[in-house]
Design a binder for this molecule. Structure first.
Ligand code: SIN
Length: 383
Protein backbone atom coordinates (compact mmCIF):
# COMPACT_ATOMS: atom_id res chain seq x y z
CA UNK A 1 0.00 0.00 0.00
CA UNK A 2 1.20 3.53 -0.89
CA UNK A 3 1.24 6.29 1.70
CA UNK A 4 -0.73 9.40 0.84
CA UNK A 5 1.49 11.97 -0.90
CA UNK A 6 0.53 14.67 1.66
CA UNK A 7 2.12 12.74 4.53
CA UNK A 8 5.51 12.35 2.82
CA UNK A 9 7.13 15.71 3.55
CA UNK A 10 6.61 15.38 7.31
CA UNK A 11 8.34 12.02 7.24
CA UNK A 12 11.06 13.01 4.76
CA UNK A 13 11.92 16.17 6.66
CA UNK A 14 13.43 13.96 9.37
CA UNK A 15 15.57 12.06 6.92
CA UNK A 16 19.00 13.59 6.18
CA UNK A 17 19.27 14.58 2.56
CA UNK A 18 15.59 15.07 2.17
CA UNK A 19 15.08 18.41 3.98
CA UNK A 20 13.15 21.17 2.41
CA UNK A 21 15.43 23.80 0.87
CA UNK A 22 14.55 26.59 3.36
CA UNK A 23 15.28 24.39 6.37
CA UNK A 24 18.59 23.32 4.86
CA UNK A 25 19.55 26.90 4.17
CA UNK A 26 18.66 27.98 7.74
CA UNK A 27 20.64 25.14 9.20
CA UNK A 28 23.64 25.86 6.96
CA UNK A 29 23.51 29.53 7.98
CA UNK A 30 23.32 28.59 11.66
CA UNK A 31 26.24 26.18 11.29
CA UNK A 32 28.31 28.74 9.45
CA UNK A 33 27.57 31.37 12.08
CA UNK A 34 28.42 28.98 14.90
CA UNK A 35 31.67 28.01 13.15
CA UNK A 36 32.56 31.66 12.60
CA UNK A 37 31.83 32.50 16.24
CA UNK A 38 33.91 29.55 17.44
CA UNK A 39 36.75 30.44 15.06
CA UNK A 40 36.75 34.05 16.13
CA UNK A 41 36.70 33.03 19.82
CA UNK A 42 39.64 30.74 19.15
CA UNK A 43 41.38 33.50 17.22
CA UNK A 44 40.78 35.96 20.07
CA UNK A 45 42.14 33.46 22.60
CA UNK A 46 45.11 32.85 20.32
CA UNK A 47 45.74 36.58 19.93
CA UNK A 48 45.46 37.01 23.70
CA UNK A 49 48.30 34.54 24.29
CA UNK A 50 51.43 36.59 24.90
CA UNK A 51 54.43 36.18 22.62
CA UNK A 52 57.65 35.09 24.31
CA UNK A 53 61.03 34.88 22.60
CA UNK A 54 63.48 32.20 23.76
CA UNK A 55 67.20 32.50 23.11
CA UNK A 56 69.16 29.31 23.76
CA UNK A 57 72.87 29.52 24.51
CA UNK A 58 73.74 26.04 25.84
CA UNK A 59 74.70 24.92 29.35
CA UNK A 60 73.67 21.95 31.44
CA UNK A 61 70.02 22.51 30.58
CA UNK A 62 71.06 21.33 27.10
CA UNK A 63 73.53 18.79 28.50
CA UNK A 64 73.73 15.08 27.86
CA UNK A 65 75.16 12.39 30.15
CA UNK A 66 78.01 10.27 28.82
CA UNK A 67 75.70 7.28 29.33
CA UNK A 68 72.49 6.74 31.36
CA UNK A 69 73.23 7.11 35.06
CA UNK A 70 76.67 8.67 34.50
CA UNK A 71 77.79 11.63 36.61
CA UNK A 72 79.88 12.84 33.67
CA UNK A 73 78.05 14.87 31.03
CA UNK A 74 78.59 17.42 28.29
CA UNK A 75 76.78 20.75 28.49
CA UNK A 76 75.52 22.55 25.39
CA UNK A 77 74.58 19.57 23.21
CA UNK A 78 70.79 19.52 22.72
CA UNK A 79 69.09 22.16 20.61
CA UNK A 80 66.30 24.46 21.74
CA UNK A 81 63.92 22.60 19.42
CA UNK A 82 64.72 19.42 21.31
CA UNK A 83 64.21 21.07 24.71
CA UNK A 84 60.86 22.47 23.61
CA UNK A 85 59.76 19.12 22.20
CA UNK A 86 59.99 17.80 25.79
CA UNK A 87 57.50 20.42 26.99
CA UNK A 88 54.09 19.61 25.50
CA UNK A 89 51.49 22.30 26.06
CA UNK A 90 53.98 25.14 26.45
CA UNK A 91 52.55 26.68 23.27
CA UNK A 92 49.29 27.16 25.19
CA UNK A 93 51.06 29.50 27.64
CA UNK A 94 52.60 31.70 24.97
CA UNK A 95 53.46 31.95 21.30
CA UNK A 96 57.11 30.97 21.25
CA UNK A 97 59.76 32.48 18.98
CA UNK A 98 62.86 30.34 19.49
CA UNK A 99 66.42 31.10 18.44
CA UNK A 100 69.58 29.09 19.00
CA UNK A 101 72.15 31.81 19.63
CA UNK A 102 74.96 29.41 20.57
CA UNK A 103 75.35 25.99 22.16
CA UNK A 104 78.28 26.28 24.52
CA UNK A 105 79.31 25.56 28.07
CA UNK A 106 78.98 28.94 29.72
CA UNK A 107 82.59 29.09 30.90
CA UNK A 108 83.30 29.83 27.23
CA UNK A 109 81.26 33.02 27.20
CA UNK A 110 83.23 35.94 25.76
CA UNK A 111 82.65 39.66 25.29
CA UNK A 112 81.80 38.94 21.67
CA UNK A 113 79.19 36.34 22.69
CA UNK A 114 77.72 38.69 25.29
CA UNK A 115 77.35 41.40 22.70
CA UNK A 116 75.79 39.00 20.22
CA UNK A 117 73.39 37.71 22.87
CA UNK A 118 72.46 41.26 23.91
CA UNK A 119 71.86 42.28 20.29
CA UNK A 120 69.64 39.27 19.61
CA UNK A 121 67.80 39.95 22.88
CA UNK A 122 67.28 43.60 21.91
CA UNK A 123 66.08 42.62 18.43
CA UNK A 124 63.31 40.47 19.94
CA UNK A 125 62.45 42.87 22.75
CA UNK A 126 62.15 45.78 20.33
CA UNK A 127 59.23 44.04 18.59
CA UNK A 128 56.00 45.47 20.04
CA UNK A 129 54.30 42.07 19.91
CA UNK A 130 56.97 40.39 22.06
CA UNK A 131 55.94 40.40 25.70
CA UNK A 132 59.08 38.96 27.25
CA UNK A 133 62.28 37.04 26.75
CA UNK A 134 63.71 33.80 28.12
CA UNK A 135 67.40 32.94 27.86
CA UNK A 136 68.60 29.41 28.52
CA UNK A 137 72.18 29.52 29.77
CA UNK A 138 74.83 27.56 31.63
CA UNK A 139 74.77 28.28 35.33
CA UNK A 140 78.54 28.84 35.69
CA UNK A 141 78.49 32.37 34.28
CA UNK A 142 74.74 33.02 34.18
CA UNK A 143 75.05 35.74 36.82
CA UNK A 144 77.62 37.58 34.67
CA UNK A 145 75.43 37.42 31.58
CA UNK A 146 72.45 38.66 33.60
CA UNK A 147 74.55 41.59 34.85
CA UNK A 148 75.94 42.37 31.39
CA UNK A 149 72.39 42.42 30.00
CA UNK A 150 71.29 44.61 32.91
CA UNK A 151 73.89 47.15 31.83
CA UNK A 152 73.15 47.20 28.10
CA UNK A 153 69.46 46.37 27.57
CA UNK A 154 66.92 49.15 27.81
CA UNK A 155 63.61 47.46 28.35
CA UNK A 156 60.83 47.17 30.88
CA UNK A 157 59.88 43.77 29.45
CA UNK A 158 60.63 40.60 31.44
CA UNK A 159 64.01 39.03 30.70
CA UNK A 160 64.39 35.68 32.45
CA UNK A 161 67.62 33.68 32.44
CA UNK A 162 67.34 30.05 33.39
CA UNK A 163 69.30 26.83 33.19
CA UNK A 164 69.74 23.61 35.10
CA UNK A 165 72.02 21.91 37.56
CA UNK A 166 71.25 18.45 36.17
CA UNK A 167 71.66 17.57 32.49
CA UNK A 168 68.64 17.06 30.29
CA UNK A 169 69.10 13.28 30.17
CA UNK A 170 69.13 12.95 33.98
CA UNK A 171 65.95 11.30 35.36
CA UNK A 172 65.50 14.23 37.78
CA UNK A 173 66.52 16.94 35.29
CA UNK A 174 65.48 20.34 36.64
CA UNK A 175 65.71 22.09 33.27
CA UNK A 176 62.21 21.30 31.91
CA UNK A 177 60.46 22.72 34.96
CA UNK A 178 62.75 25.76 34.96
CA UNK A 179 62.04 26.43 31.29
CA UNK A 180 58.28 26.07 31.77
CA UNK A 181 58.40 28.48 34.70
CA UNK A 182 60.62 30.92 32.82
CA UNK A 183 58.15 31.10 29.92
CA UNK A 184 55.27 31.66 32.36
CA UNK A 185 57.19 34.52 34.02
CA UNK A 186 58.21 36.09 30.71
CA UNK A 187 54.53 35.97 29.71
CA UNK A 188 53.39 37.59 32.95
CA UNK A 189 52.64 41.34 33.10
CA UNK A 190 53.75 41.34 36.75
CA UNK A 191 57.36 40.56 35.73
CA UNK A 192 57.87 43.91 33.97
CA UNK A 193 60.39 46.42 35.25
CA UNK A 194 62.71 44.13 37.23
CA UNK A 195 65.51 44.05 34.67
CA UNK A 196 66.99 40.64 33.90
CA UNK A 197 66.07 38.04 36.50
CA UNK A 198 67.70 34.70 37.09
CA UNK A 199 65.42 31.74 37.74
CA UNK A 200 66.49 28.46 39.25
CA UNK A 201 65.07 26.20 41.95
CA UNK A 202 61.80 28.15 41.92
CA UNK A 203 63.55 31.35 43.03
CA UNK A 204 63.85 34.66 41.21
CA UNK A 205 67.06 36.62 41.71
CA UNK A 206 67.94 40.14 40.61
CA UNK A 207 70.91 40.53 38.23
CA UNK A 208 73.09 42.69 40.48
CA UNK A 209 73.30 40.51 43.56
CA UNK A 210 72.86 36.93 42.41
CA UNK A 211 75.78 34.57 42.48
CA UNK A 212 76.44 30.88 42.09
CA UNK A 213 77.45 29.65 45.54
CA UNK A 214 77.67 25.87 45.22
CA UNK A 215 79.21 23.50 42.71
CA UNK A 216 76.35 21.02 42.53
CA UNK A 217 73.48 22.00 44.83
CA UNK A 218 70.17 22.79 43.15
CA UNK A 219 69.82 25.90 45.34
CA UNK A 220 73.21 27.13 44.15
CA UNK A 221 72.00 30.67 43.31
CA UNK A 222 71.80 33.08 46.21
CA UNK A 223 71.44 36.84 46.46
CA UNK A 224 73.33 37.35 49.72
CA UNK A 225 72.85 41.10 50.11
CA UNK A 226 69.35 41.68 48.77
CA UNK A 227 67.64 38.28 48.77
CA UNK A 228 65.29 36.96 46.10
CA UNK A 229 62.59 39.10 44.51
CA UNK A 230 60.07 36.29 44.53
CA UNK A 231 59.36 32.71 43.64
CA UNK A 232 58.11 31.03 40.50
CA UNK A 233 56.51 27.88 39.18
CA UNK A 234 55.04 26.85 35.83
CA UNK A 235 51.89 28.70 37.01
CA UNK A 236 53.82 32.00 37.02
CA UNK A 237 55.71 34.31 39.36
CA UNK A 238 54.87 35.43 42.90
CA UNK A 239 56.86 38.58 43.62
CA UNK A 240 57.72 39.60 47.17
CA UNK A 241 59.64 42.73 46.16
CA UNK A 242 58.29 45.47 43.90
CA UNK A 243 59.96 46.32 40.60
CA UNK A 244 60.36 49.94 41.72
CA UNK A 245 62.73 48.87 44.50
CA UNK A 246 65.22 47.41 42.00
CA UNK A 247 68.09 49.82 41.35
CA UNK A 248 68.23 51.09 37.78
CA UNK A 249 71.29 50.31 35.66
CA UNK A 250 74.15 52.55 36.83
CA UNK A 251 74.79 55.60 34.68
CA UNK A 252 71.54 54.95 32.80
CA UNK A 253 73.15 51.85 31.26
CA UNK A 254 75.48 51.63 28.28
CA UNK A 255 74.74 52.10 24.60
CA UNK A 256 74.73 48.63 23.06
CA UNK A 257 74.99 49.99 19.53
CA UNK A 258 78.27 51.74 20.37
CA UNK A 259 79.95 48.66 21.90
CA UNK A 260 82.41 46.52 20.01
CA UNK A 261 84.08 43.40 21.43
CA UNK A 262 87.34 44.21 19.64
CA UNK A 263 87.67 47.58 21.35
CA UNK A 264 86.06 46.78 24.71
CA UNK A 265 88.70 47.63 27.34
CA UNK A 266 90.31 44.52 28.77
CA UNK A 267 89.87 44.10 32.52
CA UNK A 268 91.28 41.18 34.53
CA UNK A 269 90.62 39.85 38.03
CA UNK A 270 93.58 39.24 40.33
CA UNK A 271 92.89 37.21 43.48
CA UNK A 272 94.29 37.97 46.90
CA UNK A 273 95.13 35.07 49.20
CA UNK A 274 97.52 34.13 51.96
CA UNK A 275 101.15 34.44 50.87
CA UNK A 276 100.14 36.43 47.77
CA UNK A 277 103.03 38.19 46.06
CA UNK A 278 103.51 40.45 43.06
CA UNK A 279 103.97 37.69 40.45
CA UNK A 280 100.65 38.02 38.62
CA UNK A 281 100.55 41.82 38.54
CA UNK A 282 104.20 42.05 37.52
CA UNK A 283 103.50 39.59 34.69
CA UNK A 284 100.66 41.86 33.52
CA UNK A 285 102.93 44.90 33.66
CA UNK A 286 105.55 43.07 31.59
CA UNK A 287 103.10 42.66 28.70
CA UNK A 288 103.50 44.83 25.60
CA UNK A 289 101.37 47.98 25.92
CA UNK A 290 98.69 46.77 23.49
CA UNK A 291 98.11 43.59 25.51
CA UNK A 292 98.11 45.14 28.95
CA UNK A 293 94.77 45.29 30.72
CA UNK A 294 93.13 48.70 31.06
CA UNK A 295 91.85 47.71 34.49
CA UNK A 296 92.49 45.25 37.30
CA UNK A 297 89.82 44.13 39.72
CA UNK A 298 91.27 42.90 42.98
CA UNK A 299 89.27 39.95 44.37
CA UNK A 300 90.45 40.94 47.79
CA UNK A 301 90.33 39.23 51.14
CA UNK A 302 87.87 40.64 53.68
CA UNK A 303 86.77 44.14 52.74
CA UNK A 304 88.84 44.20 49.54
CA UNK A 305 92.30 43.96 51.00
CA UNK A 306 95.51 42.22 49.96
CA UNK A 307 99.02 41.43 51.20
CA UNK A 308 101.60 44.24 51.25
CA UNK A 309 103.50 42.89 48.18
CA UNK A 310 100.29 42.56 46.15
CA UNK A 311 99.09 46.04 47.19
CA UNK A 312 102.51 47.45 46.24
CA UNK A 313 102.30 45.78 42.83
CA UNK A 314 98.81 47.19 42.27
CA UNK A 315 100.15 50.61 43.22
CA UNK A 316 102.80 50.27 40.50
CA UNK A 317 100.11 49.21 38.02
CA UNK A 318 98.02 52.20 39.01
CA UNK A 319 100.97 54.56 38.46
CA UNK A 320 101.27 53.08 34.95
CA UNK A 321 97.69 54.06 34.17
CA UNK A 322 95.82 50.83 34.95
CA UNK A 323 92.55 51.49 36.81
CA UNK A 324 92.28 49.47 40.04
CA UNK A 325 88.98 48.36 41.58
CA UNK A 326 88.95 46.68 44.98
CA UNK A 327 86.28 44.02 45.49
CA UNK A 328 85.91 41.15 47.94
CA UNK A 329 86.14 37.41 47.54
CA UNK A 330 83.94 36.88 50.64
CA UNK A 331 80.61 36.78 48.77
CA UNK A 332 78.56 39.11 50.96
CA UNK A 333 78.58 42.71 52.10
CA UNK A 334 79.94 45.94 50.63
CA UNK A 335 83.48 47.05 49.86
CA UNK A 336 83.54 50.69 50.93
CA UNK A 337 86.18 53.33 50.27
CA UNK A 338 89.12 54.11 52.54
CA UNK A 339 88.62 51.38 55.13
CA UNK A 340 91.97 49.57 55.48
CA UNK A 341 93.22 50.82 52.11
CA UNK A 342 93.51 54.54 51.38
CA UNK A 343 91.63 54.71 48.06
CA UNK A 344 91.72 58.51 48.01
CA UNK A 345 95.51 58.52 48.18
CA UNK A 346 95.99 55.65 45.73
CA UNK A 347 93.31 56.71 43.24
CA UNK A 348 91.49 53.39 43.49
CA UNK A 349 87.83 52.47 43.20
CA UNK A 350 85.77 50.49 45.75
CA UNK A 351 83.48 47.90 44.13
CA UNK A 352 80.74 48.37 46.76
CA UNK A 353 78.12 45.60 46.27
CA UNK A 354 79.59 44.01 43.17
CA UNK A 355 81.36 40.66 43.15
CA UNK A 356 84.78 40.60 41.44
CA UNK A 357 83.31 39.09 38.27
CA UNK A 358 80.55 41.71 38.04
CA UNK A 359 82.91 44.55 38.96
CA UNK A 360 85.05 43.42 36.02
CA UNK A 361 82.11 43.84 33.63
CA UNK A 362 81.11 47.24 34.98
CA UNK A 363 84.68 48.54 34.86
CA UNK A 364 85.13 47.39 31.24
CA UNK A 365 81.93 49.17 30.22
CA UNK A 366 82.70 52.24 32.35
CA UNK A 367 86.06 52.58 30.60
CA UNK A 368 84.28 52.94 27.26
CA UNK A 369 82.83 56.15 28.68
CA UNK A 370 85.36 57.70 31.02
CA UNK A 371 88.66 57.39 32.86
CA UNK A 372 87.58 59.88 35.48
CA UNK A 373 87.97 58.13 38.84
CA UNK A 374 85.15 59.99 40.59
CA UNK A 375 82.81 59.20 37.71
CA UNK A 376 83.77 55.50 37.74
CA UNK A 377 83.31 55.38 41.53
CA UNK A 378 79.91 56.99 41.00
CA UNK A 379 78.90 54.13 38.69
CA UNK A 380 79.90 51.57 41.32
CA UNK A 381 78.03 53.51 44.01
CA UNK A 382 74.89 53.51 41.83
CA UNK A 383 75.18 49.80 40.97
C1 SIN B 1 77.69 25.69 32.12
O1 SIN B 1 77.71 26.69 32.83
O2 SIN B 1 77.58 25.75 30.89
C2 SIN B 1 77.84 24.34 32.72
C3 SIN B 1 77.25 24.23 34.06
C4 SIN B 1 75.77 24.45 34.15
O3 SIN B 1 75.09 24.86 33.24
O4 SIN B 1 75.25 24.18 35.25
Amino acid sequence: MHSPASTRPAYRSRVPGHWPFAAKRALTRALLTATAVAASALHAADEARPRVAILATGGTIAGVQAHPGAAAYRPGVLTLDHLLSQLPGLEKVAHLDGEQVSNIASQDITAERWLNLARRAAAHLDKPEVHGLVITHGTDTMEESAWFLRLVLRTEKPVILTGAMLPATHPEADGPNNLRSAVAIAASPSARGYGPLLLLNGELHPARDVRKTATEAIDTFQSPNDGTVGSASPAGPAFTVSASSIRPAPGGGFDLAALDAATLPRVVVVAAHGDADATVVDALLALPAERRPAGIVLAGVGNGNASAPLLAALERASREGIIIVRSSRTGRGLVNRNMEVDDDKLGWIAARALSPQKARILLALALTRTRDLAEIQGLFDEA
